[in-house]
Design a protein around this ligand. Structure first.
Ligand code: UDX
Length: 466
């Protein structure tokens, strides 16, 4: 059993703490006392947690005897073997990761640490940040006239929101890096408490830092590839879902992260692609593929927006639309870089009135805080489908959107569904068709019979047979 301190009780720090406390003594430090109070209250069953993550609260309660939450630095850093930094690195106005919270955490460690330990950065950062952390800690130690043996490494987190607890329990791999071989061994032994050696990927510090950006940018590029392809599918009457299957079964490609839609969102893909693009540029390397992925992610939202707009003859003014799903994906309250919110803003700017629903109540609370005009939130999915509604826009792939109760939708004054995530399942699509609904999606609009076969043939004759 080790003593672990986690700096930062956010989407990464809190689930990680809950998970590791099955085996170790874990102290979580966060300077915001409100968060500390809230999570303590959650453990005692007094209030809801401040983040919505499946299985988190239960894990916190089960492991409460090995968990300490504090906003006192001295208490947090009393006797750690490992200190993990898990603070935010939000993009700044230049699209670069803001390292000030990481630097602050490093200085805080240097100010109060009283023993040798290993400091590991879990926040997503540009390569080289571990060296910066080391310098910040040593600067503070020097000021105090103290000298401890502190190695700094990196261990990027790959858990996805909504499945964080499962990802922590059974990760595909654990990537970690440290240039000091002894510290790397100590980290290996730490992870061996919970995971098989075959899952561990020890490496140099900068490689580990870059691996996080590389993984997210690879997935984001893959999605942008599919999302762009869906636009071409709309054009020629192909079905992107069929293509997903057609290429996904090629084991070299695989089935995951091929689902086309109106763009990827969340706290990582947008931020990390932008950050690595900037980092490449500043290092004199033009990362053309990643830049193209970023551009495509903007273009697909525009494509979906135009599709909705065109349906109403280019005029959204006074149109009442129901928005189903504002979380950046299903099952989260997180609106960071949510494509749905981006779309809502555009629809609203164009004069539409919006009734917004999400199955995660906290997502609606967060949405209300955005203070957008012409938007009301609604706690019931089918209250959005009132007689005055001109169309439903599906913004994430929540379970209840995939197979909607069509009998409750027939009251809509305009029977149209825009499925930005291609998530409505086949039997429900048939029902929609039979009930006179128009269904529009990203790359499978064949159902809307908008494809002109003759046009395609004439185009081939003209362009390919001369
Ligand atoms: C991501 C990475 O998956 C995780 O490993 C990393 O460490 C943090 O960032 P997360 O942001 O929680 O996790 O969400 P993820 O499930 O990866 O989805 C990201 C976006 O891609 C969402 O907007 C989702 O809707 C979209 N997506 C995902 C698709 O559009 N199609 C897919 O097939 C898969």
């Amino acid at each position: 059993m080790k003593n672990v301190t986690i700096m930062g009780a956010g989407y990464v720090g809190l689930p990680t703490a809950a998970h590791w406390a099955s085996q170790h003594n874990v102290t979580v430090y966060d300077p915001f006392n409100d968060k500390i109070k809230c999570v303590k209250g959650t453990i005692e069953g007094k209030n809801d947690n401040y983040i919505h993550e499946k299985g988190l609260d239960e894990k916190l309660r089960n492991n409460k005897s090995r968990l300490i939450f504090t906003s006192s630095l001295e208490n947090a850093l009393e006797n750690p073997d490992f200190v993990f930094i898990a603070v935010g690195t939000p993009p700044n106005n230049k699209g670069r990761a803001d390292l000030s919270y990481v630097a602050q955490a490093a200085s805080d460690i240097g100010k109060v640490i009283n023993k040798d330990c290993i400091v590991v950065n879990k926040s997503t950062v540009p390569p080289g940040t571990a060296y910066l952390v080391e310098e910040k800690i040593n600067d503070e130690l020097k000021k105090r006239g103290e000298q401890y043996n502190i190695s700094v490494g990196s261990c990027p987190e790959f858990m996805a929101e909504g499945t964080a607890m499962e990802n922590l329990r059974t990760p595909d791999r654990i990537v970690f890096g440290c240039d000091n071989p002894k510290a790397l061994d100590a980290l290996t032994n730490f992870f061996l408490y919970q995971h098989d050696r075959s899952r561990l990927v020890p490496m140099r510090t900068v490689s580990s830092e870059l691996t996080k950006y590389a993984a997210n940018s690879m997935l984001a590029s893959r999605l942008s590839f599919m999302n762009e392809l869906s636009i071409l599918c709309d054009e020629i009457g192909a079905d992107v879902k069929e293509i997903e299957r057609g290429i996904g079964l090629d084991f070299r490609i695989g089935k995951k992260f091929l689902k086309a839609g109106f763009g990827y969102g969340g706290s990582c893909f947008g931020k990390d692609t932008m950050a690595i693009s900037q980092f490449g540029r500043l290092s004199g390397v033009d990362l053309g593929v990643i830049n193209a992925a970023i551009k495509a992610n903007g273009d697909v939202v525009d494509h979906f927006f135009q599709k909705i707009r065109q349906h109403y003859a280019g005029n959204l003014s006074g149109r009442n639309l129901a928005i189903w799903g504002v979380g950046f994906k299903a099952g989260t309250d997180d609106l960071r870089d949510s494509r749905s919110v981006e779309l809502v803003k555009r629809l609203e700017r164009d004069g539409a009135n919006l009734v917004v629903y999400d199955p995660v109540p906290m997502a609606l609370t967060n949405f209300n805080q955005l203070g957008l005009a012409n938007c009301v939130t609604c706690n019931e999915q089918y209250d959005t489908a009132l007689e005055k509604i001109d169309g439903i826009v599906i913004g994430n792939e929540a379970m209840s959107f995939r197979d909607p109760d069509i009998s409750k939708l027939t009251v809509m004054r305009n029977k149209v569904i825009f499925d930005g995530k291609n998530c409505v399942v086949e039997p429900a699509l048939n029902d929609l068709r039979e009930n006179g609904f128009i269904y529009k999606s990203m790359g499978k609009d064949i159902m809307a019979a908008c494809v002109d076969k003759n046009k395609l043939v004439r185009f081939l004759e003209e362009e390919y047979m001369s």
